[in-house]
Design a protein. Structure first.
Length: 256
C-alpha cells in the first residue's frame, strides 16, 4: 500500500515538473526553486476537523518558477490508529496544488490556484481558490475563498491575520490566526448532515522559526483550533470525536 502511494507521488512530481515547464507565463531561463520539508504533528486537524487523533508525519515538496508553484503534500500515520489489514504507517492523504501569485500594486498580494485532495479512505475531490493579502497593513490581514468543484460543491472562506517578530538575526516568533466560514454544502459533505451557512472554525497558532543556515530552517509550533457553530460543533464531536484540539509540531525545511 505505501509503495503504491509512493509511486503515485513520484509520478505526480514528474508530471508536475513537466506541467511547470509547459505552462504559459513561465519565462525561459527563470530559476527553478525547490523546497522540501517534513513536519511531525501531534494531531492532524484541518479546518477544525480532527482527522487523526494521533501523531502524523507530513512531508512536502514545492517546485517554483517565477509566479508559478507546484506542490505535493502527504499525511502519514506513525501509529496504528487507522490500521487496516495490519498495514501500519499508512499514507492517508496526498494533495497536489498548482498556484499563481502576483502583486499588482504595492501592499497587495494576490494568489489563485487549484487543489486536488486524494485520500486512502475517501473519494478524491478538488478545490479552486483565490486569496488577497495586505502585507503592509497591521497584522497582514488576508481573505481566502475555496470552492469545491467535485464532491462537496460548497464554499469555505477563511479570514486570517499574521505577524512576525524578529527575536534575533536568525530566530523569529510568528503569531497567526484564522476564522473559517462554511456553506451548508461544505458542512454536509464533511460532517454527514446538512447544516446552515455559518462560521465553521477558529485557529490560533504560535511558531518559533530558526534559520540554521541560508537554506535550512527549523520550526516548532503550538496551536489551538475549535469548531464554532452549535450544529457544526455537535456534528464535529459525532464524526471526528472532538470539536476543539490543542496540537503541537516540529518541522524542518530545506530550500535550494
Amino acid at each position: 500500500m505505501v509503495k503504491a502511494h509512493l509511486r503515485r507521488v513520484a509520478a505526480g512530481l514528474v508530471a508536475a515538473g513537466a506541467l511547470l515547464g509547459m505552462t504559459p507565463g513561465v519565462q525561459a531561463g527563470e530559476k527553478i526553486t525547490l523546497e522540501t520539508s517534513v513536519d511531525w504533528v501531534s494531531h492532524y486537524v484541518w479546518r477544525g476537523m480532527l482527522f487523526t487523533d494521533d501523531p502524523v508525519l507530513q512531508p512536502s515538496l514545492t517546485v517554483s518558477m517565477g509566479a508559478l508553484s507546484l506542490n505535493v503534500w502527504g499525511n502519514v500515520d506513525v501509529t496504528d490508529v487507522n490500521e487496516v489489514d495490519n498495514d501500519d504507517y499508512r499514507l492517508q492523504e496526498i494533495d497536489y496544488s498548482l498556484s499563481y501569485a502576483m502583486s499588482p500594486m504595492e501592499g497587495v498580494d494576490l494568489e489563485a490556484g487549484f487543489l486536488w485532495y486524494t485520500y486512502s479512505s475517501w473519494e478524491s475531490t478538488g478545490e479552486v481558490y483565490g486569496s488577497v493579502t495586505f502585507p503592509c497593513m497591521v497584522l497582514s490581514p488576508s481573505l481566502t475563498a475555496y470552492y469545491d468543484v467535485n464532491e462537496a460543491d460548497g464554499w469555505y472562506l477563511n479570514a486570517g491575520v499574521k505577524h512576525s517578530f524578529a527575536m534575533t538575526e536568525r530566530l523569529a516568533l510568528i503569531l497567526s490566526g484564522g476564522l473559517g466560514w462554511g456553506s451548508n454544502n461544505f458542512h454536509e459533505y464533511y460532517y454527514g448532515e446538512r447544516a446552515h451557512n455559518s462560521e465553521s472554525d477558529v485557529l490560533v497558532q504560535a511558531t518559533l522559526e530558526y534559520a540554521m543556515t541560508d537554506y535550512l530552517t527549523l520550526r516548532a509550533y503550538a496551536g489551538y483550533t475549535e469548531l464554532l457553530d452549535g450544529d457544526v460543533e455537535r456534528l464535529g464531536r459525532q464524526v471526528y470525536g472532538d470539536s476543539d484540539v490543542l496540537f503541537g509540531g516540529l518541522g524542518l525545511s530545506f530550500t535550494f
